[in-house]
Design a protein. Structure first.
Lengths: 306, 283
């Protein structure tokens, strides 16, 4: 769906995006993960033809961007750096204007399209303008094949985040490819199937989330008898933290059998997987202090949402 | 897209408030003059106002002369300056372009909306001024002379030594000529503001920039030392439409005015297009 090759953007002497090779496949829920100021938004803008690349190539749905971007934009729903609306108009009037702008969509079915979109984002019958959801409704107006969303849940309350996540999963199940940028690990971990990690303009890792979180070859054992367990496992224990042992053996069934045979009680045994946070820290190094982990929402990138 | 822009223009309270104010100012002037019967002597005050007491049919032209120096260019510059920069400032520009609306299409739609606004403003000012003029001053026939308009020595439409009596149709035609000249002059301002609107994300900045250009031009027009650039200044021929009310019509400055404004419109719209089409939209 989206392929970029050596995508680079400079503003003067400032290198914002550096040799990025994105590969988003059809049906992906792609999480474009990076700290604030890492160039995510600039990449999103280049994908939509808003910002022109300094060098490199972009192909979206088989069409070169920005040269033929107008052919693919009608099948893309987008949310860039916060939604926006005309302040003097109602939510519905805003959607009607957005819908009327651009080619696709007949006038007769406009009312229905707007109704459906509002319903999807949970705004049907709401008179006030919760701008974030309105922006998402605008992105859904044309039943897009590809959603390009920049920080879609930024500024929403936990309930709203959950609803949006469910909505995106539902749309994805119905065939929509989702490309979303985020600085929140938890959000990406919960929703995405494929992750690209960007750090200071460079794409430092890109893989399926399952592959990133593949078993590490070690097992985690919890036992009320840690001392005896260490003795039984004899040198295979890499790390001990109270009742939690890290065992250098991927075969949890075999470990369990050995411990139980020796009369050691096992309360929990599981293969160790890396968390997305571990992956991010390992590829971004020291400059990753912006990554907050699954903590509260940082407010720094919420400009334009009010 | 043109339709969308016109709807936006029409649904924006600012459009109507500004036009209302434009119409209110000449009406206010007319009421004062009618109540006191103190028109400024010829050559002083707004052009043509001196003749208004004798015939209300002249008031539309006088009203245009009242709003032309400041009010009308301010209104046009605000609307034009807002066109792209306003969308950028409110964050809606990126969504319009991602709809997609082609950049050239958007610019053309904005331009059409601007022309419609200018036409509506000038037409409504002319219309209300005509009504106020007739109501307050009556509709006596008017004569045009080489030096301008007069009603002196006019007896029921007879010709005078220096002037020819003008029929209502003729006044209407001449007013129409003046209106189109003013609209084109305003488009010159609008083109400058529109260009600045593609450069900055601040609607206010674009409008003020265009007005700064006008003020500079007004200053230089009055300056003998700047006579070398005088014929090329945007405001140099702004008042040439008064020549439509001379007998015979003096075409020289009118033609030059049209030509100068035409060049400004073409150059700045071209610059606006060239800049906007290649610009990174980071707003």
């Amino acid at each position: 769906m989206i392929v970029t090759r050596a995508l680079t953007k400079r503003y003067g002497r400032l290198l914002v995006v550096d040799q990025v090779d994105l590969d988003v496949r059809e049906g992906d829920r792609y999480g474009f993960l990076g700290p604030n100021g890492s160039g995510k938004t600039t990449v999103v803008r280049m994908l939509l033809g808003l910002v022109y690349a300094t060098s490199g190539e972009i192909t979206v749905m088989g069409r070169p961007v920005p040269k033929r971007v107008s052919e693919v934009l009608p099948s893309i729903g987008s949310l860039v750096e916060g939604p926006s609306a005309y302040g003097h108009l109602s939510g519905r009037a805003n959607l009607a204007l957005i819908d009327a702008a651009g080619k696709a969509g007949s006038r007769r079915t406009r009312r229905r399209r707007i109704g459906t979109a509002l319903e999807r984002v949970g705004l049907a019958g709401v008179d006030s303008r919760p701008v974030k959801r309105l922006g998402l409704a605008a992105a859904l107006l044309r039943s897009p094949r590809l959603l390009i969303l920049d920080e879609p849940t930024n500024g929403l309350d936990p309930q709203g985040i959950r609803e949006i996540r469910d909505l995106l999963a539902e749309l994805n199940a119905a065939g929509t490819t989702v490309f979303m940028s985020s600085h929140q690990l938890a959000e990406v971990e919960q929703l995405c199937t494929r992750v690209g990690i960007v750090d200071r303009g460079r794409l430092v890792k890109q893989d399926d989330l399952a592959a990133m979180r593949a078993p590490t070859g070690r097992a985690i054992v919890r036992t009320p008898d840690p001392d005896r367990a260490v003795a039984v496992l004899d040198g295979q224990v890499d790390h001990r933290d109270a009742d939690r042992l890290l065992v250098a053996d991927a075969d949890t069934a075999a470990i369990n059998a050995r411990l139980v045979a020796a009369g050691v009680r096992v309360s929990e045994i599981t293969a160790e997987r890396r968390s997305l946070e571990d992956v991010v820290l390992s590829v971004t190094g020291t400059g990753s202090d912006h990554f907050g982990g699954p903590g509260p929402v940082p407010r720094t990138e919420s400009r334009g949402t009010s | 897209m043109i339709g969308v822009e016109l709807v936006k223009l029409a649904r924006r309270p600012r459009s109507w408030v500004s036009i209302l104010l434009l119409c209110a100012l000449p009406t206010l002037v007319a009421v004062f003059v009618a109540v006191t019967h103190l028109a400024p002597p010829p050559g002083q005050g707004p052009a043509l106002l001196s003749a208004v007491l004798s015939s209300g049919a002249l008031f539309p032209a006088a009203a245009l002369a009242i709003v032309l120096p400041v009010f009308l260019p301010v209104a046009v510059a605000v609307v034009a300056g807002d066109s792209i920069a306003g969308e950028a400032g409110s964050g809606t520009l990126r969504y319009l372009l991602a709809r997609p609306v082609g950049r050239t299409r958007l610019l053309v739609a904005k331009l059409v909306a601007l022309v419609v606004y200018t036409l509506a403003a000038v037409a409504l000012v002319t219309g209300t001024a005509y009504l106020t003029g007739i109501m307050l001053f009556g509709a006596q026939p008017v004569a045009a002379t080489p030096s301008g308009l007069t009603t002196s020595n006019l007896a029921a439409g007879a010709t005078t030594l220096s002037g020819t009596a003008m029929s209502p149709t003729e006044i209407a035609l001449r007013t129409l000529g003046a209106v189109s000249f003013i609209v084109v002059s305003m488009l010159g301002v609008g083109a400058i503001a529109l260009f600045l609107s593609t450069v900055t994300d601040s609607a206010l900045g674009a409008a003020l920039g265009a007005l700064a250009a006008l003020v500079t031009s007004e200053v230089l027009v009055t300056l003998n030392a700047a006579s070398a650039v005088d014929p090329y200044l945007p405001t140099r021929y702004w008042l040439a439409w008064i020549d439509f009310f001379r007998e015979p019509i003096v075409w020289r400055n009118i033609e030059r005015g049209f030509a100068v404004q035409g060049v400004y419109v073409v150059v700045f719209l071209g610059a606006a297009w060239a800049h906007f089409a290649t610009k990174d939209i980071t707003s």
